[in-house]
Design a protein around this ligand. Structure first.
Ligand code: GLN
Length: 490
Protein backbone atom coordinates (compact mmCIF):
# COMPACT_ATOMS: atom_id res chain seq x y z
CA UNK A 1 0.00 0.00 0.00
CA UNK A 2 1.36 3.41 -0.93
CA UNK A 3 0.26 5.03 2.32
CA UNK A 4 2.54 2.63 4.18
CA UNK A 5 5.65 3.58 2.28
CA UNK A 6 8.46 5.73 3.61
CA UNK A 7 9.31 9.14 2.17
CA UNK A 8 12.48 7.83 0.55
CA UNK A 9 10.52 5.03 -1.12
CA UNK A 10 7.87 7.46 -2.33
CA UNK A 11 10.57 9.80 -3.62
CA UNK A 12 11.92 6.98 -5.78
CA UNK A 13 8.46 6.39 -7.23
CA UNK A 14 7.88 10.10 -7.80
CA UNK A 15 11.25 10.53 -9.48
CA UNK A 16 10.60 7.56 -11.73
CA UNK A 17 7.20 9.15 -12.56
CA UNK A 18 5.48 5.94 -11.50
CA UNK A 19 3.12 8.11 -9.52
CA UNK A 20 2.42 11.82 -9.36
CA UNK A 21 2.24 13.89 -6.23
CA UNK A 22 -1.39 14.66 -7.03
CA UNK A 23 -2.25 10.96 -7.12
CA UNK A 24 -0.36 10.35 -3.92
CA UNK A 25 -2.09 13.24 -2.20
CA UNK A 26 -5.50 11.86 -3.20
CA UNK A 27 -4.57 8.49 -1.72
CA UNK A 28 -3.74 10.10 1.63
CA UNK A 29 -6.84 12.31 1.57
CA UNK A 30 -9.01 9.25 0.98
CA UNK A 31 -7.27 7.44 3.80
CA UNK A 32 -7.77 10.40 6.14
CA UNK A 33 -11.43 10.64 5.25
CA UNK A 34 -11.91 6.94 5.94
CA UNK A 35 -10.03 6.79 9.21
CA UNK A 36 -10.49 10.16 10.88
CA UNK A 37 -13.91 9.37 12.33
CA UNK A 38 -12.16 6.67 14.39
CA UNK A 39 -8.62 7.99 14.93
CA UNK A 40 -9.04 11.80 15.23
CA UNK A 41 -5.38 12.51 14.48
CA UNK A 42 -6.08 15.88 12.86
CA UNK A 43 -7.47 19.12 14.22
CA UNK A 44 -7.38 20.85 10.84
CA UNK A 45 -7.26 19.31 7.39
CA UNK A 46 -5.71 21.40 4.63
CA UNK A 47 -6.70 19.20 1.74
CA UNK A 48 -7.34 21.95 -0.80
CA UNK A 49 -3.96 23.50 -0.08
CA UNK A 50 -2.40 20.03 -0.34
CA UNK A 51 -3.98 19.44 -3.75
CA UNK A 52 -2.79 22.81 -5.00
CA UNK A 53 0.76 22.23 -3.74
CA UNK A 54 0.89 18.71 -5.21
CA UNK A 55 -0.12 20.10 -8.57
CA UNK A 56 2.62 22.74 -8.42
CA UNK A 57 5.25 20.17 -7.50
CA UNK A 58 4.15 17.88 -10.33
CA UNK A 59 4.46 20.81 -12.73
CA UNK A 60 7.99 21.55 -11.46
CA UNK A 61 8.89 17.90 -11.94
CA UNK A 62 7.58 17.87 -15.50
CA UNK A 63 9.72 20.93 -16.22
CA UNK A 64 12.74 19.00 -14.99
CA UNK A 65 13.42 21.25 -11.99
CA UNK A 66 15.74 19.89 -9.34
CA UNK A 67 13.56 18.92 -6.40
CA UNK A 68 14.17 18.09 -2.76
CA UNK A 69 13.83 14.43 -1.74
CA UNK A 70 10.73 15.36 0.27
CA UNK A 71 9.09 17.32 -2.53
CA UNK A 72 5.52 16.35 -3.27
CA UNK A 73 5.26 13.98 -0.30
CA UNK A 74 2.22 14.42 1.97
CA UNK A 75 2.92 15.08 5.63
CA UNK A 76 1.44 16.65 8.77
CA UNK A 77 2.48 19.25 11.37
CA UNK A 78 1.65 19.44 15.07
CA UNK A 79 -0.80 22.19 15.88
CA UNK A 80 1.50 24.25 18.09
CA UNK A 81 3.58 25.21 15.05
CA UNK A 82 2.49 28.37 13.24
CA UNK A 83 1.38 27.77 9.68
CA UNK A 84 0.49 30.92 7.80
CA UNK A 85 -3.20 31.36 6.96
CA UNK A 86 -4.05 28.02 8.59
CA UNK A 87 -5.69 27.41 11.98
CA UNK A 88 -3.06 26.90 14.68
CA UNK A 89 -5.00 25.96 17.81
CA UNK A 90 -2.42 24.42 20.18
CA UNK A 91 -5.16 21.92 21.02
CA UNK A 92 -6.82 24.64 23.12
CA UNK A 93 -10.16 26.39 23.24
CA UNK A 94 -8.12 29.55 23.82
CA UNK A 95 -6.77 29.44 20.27
CA UNK A 96 -9.55 27.44 18.60
CA UNK A 97 -10.18 30.17 15.99
CA UNK A 98 -6.65 31.45 15.58
CA UNK A 99 -5.36 31.71 12.03
CA UNK A 100 -1.58 31.98 12.12
CA UNK A 101 -0.34 35.22 10.54
CA UNK A 102 3.11 33.85 9.72
CA UNK A 103 5.09 30.64 9.24
CA UNK A 104 7.33 29.16 11.90
CA UNK A 105 10.91 28.93 10.61
CA UNK A 106 10.63 25.15 10.29
CA UNK A 107 7.41 25.51 8.30
CA UNK A 108 9.16 27.92 5.96
CA UNK A 109 11.98 25.40 5.55
CA UNK A 110 9.55 22.56 4.86
CA UNK A 111 7.71 24.71 2.34
CA UNK A 112 11.02 25.47 0.63
CA UNK A 113 11.50 21.71 0.34
CA UNK A 114 8.08 21.60 -1.42
CA UNK A 115 6.38 19.28 1.05
CA UNK A 116 2.62 18.75 0.80
CA UNK A 117 0.86 19.67 4.05
CA UNK A 118 -2.20 17.50 4.74
CA UNK A 119 -3.13 19.22 7.99
CA UNK A 120 -2.39 20.10 11.58
CA UNK A 121 -2.35 17.32 14.12
CA UNK A 122 -4.04 16.86 17.45
CA UNK A 123 -2.15 17.37 20.69
CA UNK A 124 -2.51 17.82 24.43
CA UNK A 125 -3.43 21.43 25.17
CA UNK A 126 -0.31 23.58 24.71
CA UNK A 127 1.76 20.35 24.61
CA UNK A 128 1.15 19.49 28.26
CA UNK A 129 0.33 15.85 28.68
CA UNK A 130 1.25 12.31 27.72
CA UNK A 131 -1.98 10.96 26.22
CA UNK A 132 -3.54 13.60 23.90
CA UNK A 133 -6.60 13.37 26.17
CA UNK A 134 -6.00 16.99 27.18
CA UNK A 135 -6.98 18.26 23.74
CA UNK A 136 -9.98 20.58 23.41
CA UNK A 137 -10.69 18.72 20.16
CA UNK A 138 -11.15 15.29 21.72
CA UNK A 139 -8.65 12.50 22.24
CA UNK A 140 -6.75 10.77 19.44
CA UNK A 141 -6.96 6.96 19.34
CA UNK A 142 -3.97 4.67 19.01
CA UNK A 143 -4.15 2.94 15.59
CA UNK A 144 -2.75 -0.23 17.16
CA UNK A 145 -5.58 -0.43 19.64
CA UNK A 146 -8.34 2.11 19.58
CA UNK A 147 -9.10 1.62 23.27
CA UNK A 148 -5.63 2.91 24.02
CA UNK A 149 -3.99 6.33 24.02
CA UNK A 150 -1.52 7.26 21.26
CA UNK A 151 0.75 8.94 23.81
CA UNK A 152 1.36 12.66 23.90
CA UNK A 153 1.62 15.42 23.58
CA UNK A 154 2.32 14.83 19.85
CA UNK A 155 -0.22 11.98 19.78
CA UNK A 156 -1.96 13.21 16.63
CA UNK A 157 1.32 13.27 14.71
CA UNK A 158 2.26 9.77 15.89
CA UNK A 159 -1.17 8.29 15.15
CA UNK A 160 -1.34 9.95 11.73
CA UNK A 161 1.94 8.33 10.68
CA UNK A 162 1.14 4.93 12.21
CA UNK A 163 -2.30 4.86 10.57
CA UNK A 164 -0.98 5.85 7.15
CA UNK A 165 -2.76 9.22 7.33
CA UNK A 166 0.53 11.03 6.61
CA UNK A 167 3.88 9.80 5.36
CA UNK A 168 5.64 11.52 8.27
CA UNK A 169 4.88 14.27 10.74
CA UNK A 170 6.50 16.98 12.83
CA UNK A 171 6.16 16.91 16.60
CA UNK A 172 7.64 18.83 19.50
CA UNK A 173 9.33 17.46 22.59
CA UNK A 174 9.71 19.27 25.91
CA UNK A 175 9.93 16.24 28.17
CA UNK A 176 9.24 13.36 25.80
CA UNK A 177 6.39 14.47 23.57
CA UNK A 178 7.94 13.17 20.35
CA UNK A 179 9.53 10.01 21.71
CA UNK A 180 6.79 8.68 23.96
CA UNK A 181 3.96 8.86 21.36
CA UNK A 182 6.34 7.59 18.65
CA UNK A 183 7.07 4.62 20.90
CA UNK A 184 3.37 4.04 21.69
CA UNK A 185 2.52 4.11 17.98
CA UNK A 186 5.47 2.03 16.74
CA UNK A 187 7.32 4.69 14.75
CA UNK A 188 10.66 6.52 14.86
CA UNK A 189 10.92 9.88 16.66
CA UNK A 190 13.86 12.20 17.22
CA UNK A 191 14.29 14.97 19.77
CA UNK A 192 17.28 16.86 18.40
CA UNK A 193 19.96 18.52 20.54
CA UNK A 194 18.68 21.73 22.12
CA UNK A 195 19.75 24.51 19.79
CA UNK A 196 19.56 22.50 16.56
CA UNK A 197 16.03 23.41 15.52
CA UNK A 198 14.58 26.91 15.49
CA UNK A 199 11.71 27.49 17.91
CA UNK A 200 10.58 30.62 16.11
CA UNK A 201 6.85 30.26 15.56
CA UNK A 202 6.42 27.29 17.90
CA UNK A 203 4.31 28.02 20.95
CA UNK A 204 6.56 28.07 24.00
CA UNK A 205 5.72 25.74 26.85
CA UNK A 206 9.07 25.30 28.62
CA UNK A 207 11.39 27.20 26.31
CA UNK A 208 14.64 25.98 27.83
CA UNK A 209 13.83 22.37 26.99
CA UNK A 210 11.78 22.02 23.84
CA UNK A 211 12.73 21.13 20.32
CA UNK A 212 10.67 20.20 17.30
CA UNK A 213 11.62 17.05 15.44
CA UNK A 214 10.65 14.35 12.95
CA UNK A 215 8.24 11.45 13.53
CA UNK A 216 8.71 8.96 10.73
CA UNK A 217 8.31 5.39 9.51
CA UNK A 218 12.01 4.64 9.50
CA UNK A 219 15.42 6.01 10.40
CA UNK A 220 16.34 7.13 6.89
CA UNK A 221 13.24 9.34 6.74
CA UNK A 222 14.08 10.66 10.17
CA UNK A 223 17.56 11.69 8.99
CA UNK A 224 16.11 13.22 5.84
CA UNK A 225 13.53 15.32 7.69
CA UNK A 226 15.95 16.30 10.47
CA UNK A 227 18.31 17.75 7.88
CA UNK A 228 15.53 20.08 6.72
CA UNK A 229 14.55 21.16 10.25
CA UNK A 230 17.98 21.71 11.81
CA UNK A 231 20.15 24.77 11.42
CA UNK A 232 20.89 28.27 12.68
CA UNK A 233 18.07 30.80 12.64
CA UNK A 234 18.66 34.47 13.34
CA UNK A 235 15.11 34.60 14.71
CA UNK A 236 15.93 32.13 17.50
CA UNK A 237 18.96 33.17 19.52
CA UNK A 238 19.15 29.69 21.06
CA UNK A 239 20.02 28.04 17.76
CA UNK A 240 23.71 27.38 17.33
CA UNK A 241 25.53 28.71 14.32
CA UNK A 242 27.09 25.45 13.18
CA UNK A 243 26.83 23.62 9.90
CA UNK A 244 24.24 20.82 10.00
CA UNK A 245 25.91 17.60 8.87
CA UNK A 246 24.37 15.47 6.16
CA UNK A 247 22.73 12.92 8.43
CA UNK A 248 22.25 10.49 5.57
CA UNK A 249 26.00 9.87 5.54
CA UNK A 250 25.67 8.03 8.85
CA UNK A 251 23.37 5.38 7.42
CA UNK A 252 24.66 1.96 6.49
CA UNK A 253 27.82 2.27 8.60
CA UNK A 254 29.04 -0.46 10.91
CA UNK A 255 28.62 0.04 14.64
CA UNK A 256 31.43 -2.31 15.49
CA UNK A 257 33.43 -1.12 18.46
CA UNK A 258 31.02 1.68 19.41
CA UNK A 259 30.72 2.00 23.16
CA UNK A 260 27.20 2.10 24.52
CA UNK A 261 26.37 2.83 28.16
CA UNK A 262 23.36 1.17 29.76
CA UNK A 263 22.26 3.37 32.69
CA UNK A 264 20.98 0.96 35.29
CA UNK A 265 18.74 3.54 36.96
CA UNK A 266 16.51 3.64 33.90
CA UNK A 267 15.52 0.07 34.53
CA UNK A 268 14.65 0.62 38.17
CA UNK A 269 11.47 2.71 37.94
CA UNK A 270 8.72 0.18 37.61
CA UNK A 271 9.52 -0.92 34.06
CA UNK A 272 7.25 -3.82 33.13
CA UNK A 273 8.95 -7.14 32.55
CA UNK A 274 7.78 -7.73 29.00
CA UNK A 275 8.88 -4.26 27.94
CA UNK A 276 12.24 -4.71 29.61
CA UNK A 277 12.68 -8.08 27.88
CA UNK A 278 12.04 -6.50 24.47
CA UNK A 279 14.52 -3.69 25.13
CA UNK A 280 17.16 -6.11 26.41
CA UNK A 281 16.68 -8.32 23.34
CA UNK A 282 17.27 -5.20 21.24
CA UNK A 283 20.39 -4.37 23.23
CA UNK A 284 21.62 -7.90 22.61
CA UNK A 285 21.14 -7.27 18.90
CA UNK A 286 23.32 -4.16 19.18
CA UNK A 287 26.00 -6.34 20.77
CA UNK A 288 25.70 -8.88 17.97
CA UNK A 289 26.27 -6.02 15.55
CA UNK A 290 29.58 -5.32 17.28
CA UNK A 291 28.74 -2.61 19.82
CA UNK A 292 30.20 -2.85 23.29
CA UNK A 293 27.44 -2.41 25.85
CA UNK A 294 28.29 -1.82 29.50
CA UNK A 295 26.14 -1.05 32.51
CA UNK A 296 26.75 2.37 34.02
CA UNK A 297 25.27 4.48 36.77
CA UNK A 298 23.70 7.90 36.32
CA UNK A 299 22.91 8.61 39.95
CA UNK A 300 20.80 11.75 39.52
CA UNK A 301 18.28 10.12 37.20
CA UNK A 302 16.13 9.60 40.26
CA UNK A 303 15.57 13.36 40.54
CA UNK A 304 14.93 14.05 36.86
CA UNK A 305 11.18 13.76 37.02
CA UNK A 306 10.86 16.04 40.01
CA UNK A 307 13.18 18.60 38.46
CA UNK A 308 11.23 18.46 35.20
CA UNK A 309 7.87 18.88 36.92
CA UNK A 310 9.14 21.97 38.74
CA UNK A 311 10.93 23.60 35.84
CA UNK A 312 8.37 22.90 33.11
CA UNK A 313 5.34 24.34 34.99
CA UNK A 314 7.53 27.21 36.20
CA UNK A 315 8.50 28.16 32.66
CA UNK A 316 5.00 27.52 31.37
CA UNK A 317 3.41 29.86 33.90
CA UNK A 318 5.50 32.69 32.44
CA UNK A 319 5.10 31.65 28.82
CA UNK A 320 1.34 31.36 29.06
CA UNK A 321 1.02 34.97 30.27
CA UNK A 322 0.81 36.11 26.65
CA UNK A 323 -2.54 34.33 26.30
CA UNK A 324 -4.44 37.16 27.96
CA UNK A 325 -7.25 37.38 25.38
CA UNK A 326 -6.41 41.01 24.65
CA UNK A 327 -5.02 40.89 21.13
CA UNK A 328 -5.94 37.34 20.18
CA UNK A 329 -7.52 34.23 21.61
CA UNK A 330 -10.85 33.31 23.18
CA UNK A 331 -12.72 36.08 24.92
CA UNK A 332 -15.68 35.51 27.20
CA UNK A 333 -17.22 36.21 30.58
CA UNK A 334 -17.36 39.51 32.41
CA UNK A 335 -16.14 42.42 30.28
CA UNK A 336 -16.15 45.14 32.97
CA UNK A 337 -12.41 45.71 32.87
CA UNK A 338 -9.37 44.24 31.15
CA UNK A 339 -8.10 42.27 34.17
CA UNK A 340 -11.47 40.58 34.74
CA UNK A 341 -11.89 39.94 31.03
CA UNK A 342 -8.51 38.28 30.86
CA UNK A 343 -8.99 36.23 34.02
CA UNK A 344 -12.44 35.03 33.06
CA UNK A 345 -11.47 34.24 29.49
CA UNK A 346 -8.57 32.13 30.75
CA UNK A 347 -10.84 30.42 33.26
CA UNK A 348 -13.29 29.51 30.54
CA UNK A 349 -10.76 28.59 27.87
CA UNK A 350 -8.00 26.65 29.61
CA UNK A 351 -8.33 22.96 30.48
CA UNK A 352 -7.71 21.33 33.85
CA UNK A 353 -4.17 20.10 33.29
CA UNK A 354 -3.03 23.49 32.06
CA UNK A 355 -4.64 25.29 35.01
CA UNK A 356 -3.02 22.88 37.43
CA UNK A 357 0.40 23.61 35.96
CA UNK A 358 -0.19 27.36 35.83
CA UNK A 359 -1.15 27.47 39.49
CA UNK A 360 1.69 25.23 40.54
CA UNK A 361 4.24 26.98 38.33
CA UNK A 362 3.23 30.40 39.62
CA UNK A 363 3.27 29.22 43.21
CA UNK A 364 6.79 27.82 43.10
CA UNK A 365 8.14 31.02 41.58
CA UNK A 366 6.78 33.27 44.32
CA UNK A 367 9.20 35.18 46.45
CA UNK A 368 10.13 32.94 49.35
CA UNK A 369 9.36 29.82 47.31
CA UNK A 370 11.56 30.22 44.28
CA UNK A 371 14.77 29.42 46.12
CA UNK A 372 13.48 26.17 47.55
CA UNK A 373 11.83 24.87 44.41
CA UNK A 374 12.53 26.46 41.04
CA UNK A 375 16.13 27.43 41.69
CA UNK A 376 16.88 24.17 43.44
CA UNK A 377 15.49 22.30 40.44
CA UNK A 378 17.87 24.29 38.24
CA UNK A 379 20.74 22.99 40.33
CA UNK A 380 19.46 19.44 39.98
CA UNK A 381 19.33 20.03 36.25
CA UNK A 382 23.05 20.82 36.34
CA UNK A 383 23.74 17.59 38.25
CA UNK A 384 21.78 15.61 35.67
CA UNK A 385 23.72 17.26 32.89
CA UNK A 386 26.95 16.35 34.70
CA UNK A 387 25.86 12.70 34.80
CA UNK A 388 25.71 12.84 31.01
CA UNK A 389 29.08 14.62 30.77
CA UNK A 390 30.68 11.85 32.81
CA UNK A 391 28.97 9.09 30.83
CA UNK A 392 29.96 10.57 27.49
CA UNK A 393 33.62 10.68 28.46
CA UNK A 394 33.60 6.93 28.16
CA UNK A 395 30.62 6.09 25.94
CA UNK A 396 29.55 7.12 22.44
CA UNK A 397 25.89 6.90 23.32
CA UNK A 398 23.43 5.49 25.86
CA UNK A 399 20.59 3.01 25.49
CA UNK A 400 17.37 2.83 27.53
CA UNK A 401 13.73 1.95 27.14
CA UNK A 402 11.59 4.84 25.85
CA UNK A 403 8.72 4.11 28.26
CA UNK A 404 8.13 1.69 31.13
CA UNK A 405 5.31 -0.09 29.30
CA UNK A 406 3.45 0.03 26.02
CA UNK A 407 0.36 2.19 25.58
CA UNK A 408 -2.47 1.93 28.10
CA UNK A 409 -6.23 2.26 27.92
CA UNK A 410 -8.15 5.52 28.04
CA UNK A 411 -9.01 6.43 31.59
CA UNK A 412 -5.69 5.20 33.04
CA UNK A 413 -4.61 8.82 33.47
CA UNK A 414 -7.60 9.51 35.69
CA UNK A 415 -7.10 6.29 37.64
CA UNK A 416 -3.31 6.50 38.02
CA UNK A 417 -2.22 10.09 37.32
CA UNK A 418 1.20 9.70 38.94
CA UNK A 419 2.00 6.61 36.91
CA UNK A 420 1.34 8.62 33.75
CA UNK A 421 3.69 11.41 34.88
CA UNK A 422 6.27 8.74 35.76
CA UNK A 423 6.60 7.78 32.12
CA UNK A 424 8.57 10.94 31.54
CA UNK A 425 11.44 9.71 33.69
CA UNK A 426 12.82 7.89 30.62
CA UNK A 427 12.60 10.88 28.34
CA UNK A 428 12.80 14.12 30.38
CA UNK A 429 16.48 13.72 31.32
CA UNK A 430 17.50 14.25 27.70
CA UNK A 431 15.57 17.55 27.68
CA UNK A 432 17.08 18.60 30.99
CA UNK A 433 20.58 17.85 29.67
CA UNK A 434 19.87 19.24 26.15
CA UNK A 435 21.15 16.04 24.50
CA UNK A 436 19.60 14.39 21.41
CA UNK A 437 17.56 11.19 21.72
CA UNK A 438 15.79 8.93 19.27
CA UNK A 439 13.21 6.18 19.76
CA UNK A 440 12.93 3.22 17.40
CA UNK A 441 10.46 0.33 17.47
CA UNK A 442 11.88 -2.85 19.01
CA UNK A 443 8.93 -5.23 19.19
CA UNK A 444 5.36 -5.73 20.27
CA UNK A 445 3.90 -6.69 23.65
CA UNK A 446 0.30 -7.92 23.42
CA UNK A 447 0.07 -6.35 19.98
CA UNK A 448 1.28 -2.97 21.23
CA UNK A 449 4.60 -1.40 20.16
CA UNK A 450 7.62 -0.95 22.42
CA UNK A 451 10.43 1.52 21.73
CA UNK A 452 14.14 1.55 22.45
CA UNK A 453 15.69 4.95 23.19
CA UNK A 454 19.20 5.93 22.13
CA UNK A 455 20.64 9.07 23.72
CA UNK A 456 23.60 10.82 22.12
CA UNK A 457 26.22 13.45 22.83
CA UNK A 458 25.44 17.11 22.23
CA UNK A 459 25.08 17.69 18.46
CA UNK A 460 25.97 14.08 17.69
CA UNK A 461 22.76 13.08 15.93
CA UNK A 462 25.03 11.31 13.42
CA UNK A 463 25.88 8.54 15.88
CA UNK A 464 22.22 8.14 16.85
CA UNK A 465 21.20 7.70 13.23
CA UNK A 466 24.10 5.34 12.62
CA UNK A 467 23.17 2.98 15.48
CA UNK A 468 19.41 3.28 14.95
CA UNK A 469 19.80 2.51 11.27
CA UNK A 470 22.09 -0.46 11.87
CA UNK A 471 19.53 -1.87 14.31
CA UNK A 472 16.67 -1.26 11.91
CA UNK A 473 18.51 -2.95 9.04
CA UNK A 474 19.16 -6.01 11.19
CA UNK A 475 15.54 -6.31 12.38
CA UNK A 476 12.14 -5.72 10.89
CA UNK A 477 10.20 -4.17 13.74
CA UNK A 478 9.71 -0.96 11.80
CA UNK A 479 7.72 -2.83 9.17
CA UNK A 480 5.09 -3.87 11.71
CA UNK A 481 1.89 -2.13 10.73
CA UNK A 482 -1.28 -1.76 12.77
CA UNK A 483 -4.42 -3.50 11.58
CA UNK A 484 -7.09 -0.84 11.89
CA UNK A 485 -10.65 -1.96 12.45
CA UNK A 486 -10.07 -5.42 11.07
CA UNK A 487 -8.84 -4.23 7.66
CA UNK A 488 -6.16 -6.35 6.09
CA UNK A 489 -2.98 -4.35 5.57
CA UNK A 490 -1.23 -6.51 3.06
N1 GLN B 1 4.56 14.47 29.15
C1 GLN B 1 5.33 15.63 29.43
C2 GLN B 1 4.49 16.72 30.05
O1 GLN B 1 3.31 16.53 30.15
C3 GLN B 1 6.05 16.09 28.20
C4 GLN B 1 5.34 17.09 27.37
C5 GLN B 1 6.12 17.55 26.18
O2 GLN B 1 7.20 17.03 25.88
N2 GLN B 1 5.60 18.55 25.51
O3 GLN B 1 5.00 17.73 30.45
Amino acid sequence: MLFQKTAHELNTLLKAKEISSEELTEIYIKRIEELEPRINAYITKTHELAREKAKQVDAKRVKGEKLHALAGIPMAIKDNIQTKNVLTTNGSKMMANFIAPYDATIVRKLKNADVVLLGKTNMDEFAMGSTTENSYFGATKNPWNENCVPGGSSGGSAAAVAAGEACYAIGSDTGGSIRQPASFCGIVGLKPTYGCVSKYGITSFASSMEQAGPMTRDVEDCALVAKVLCGFDEKDCMTLDVETPDYLTSLGKSIKGLRIGLPKEYFEYGIEKQTKDKVFAAIKKLEELGAIVEEISMPHTEYALRAYYLLAPGECSSNMACFDSVRYGFRGGNMVNVADMSRESRTLAFGRELKKRLMFGTYIQREGMIKDYFLRAQKVRTLIRQDFEVAFKKYDLLVTSTTYAPTYEFGFKQAEPLRVYENDVYTASANLADVPAITIPCGLVDGKPVGMQLIGKWFDELTLFRVAHAFEQATDFHSNIPVIGGEINA
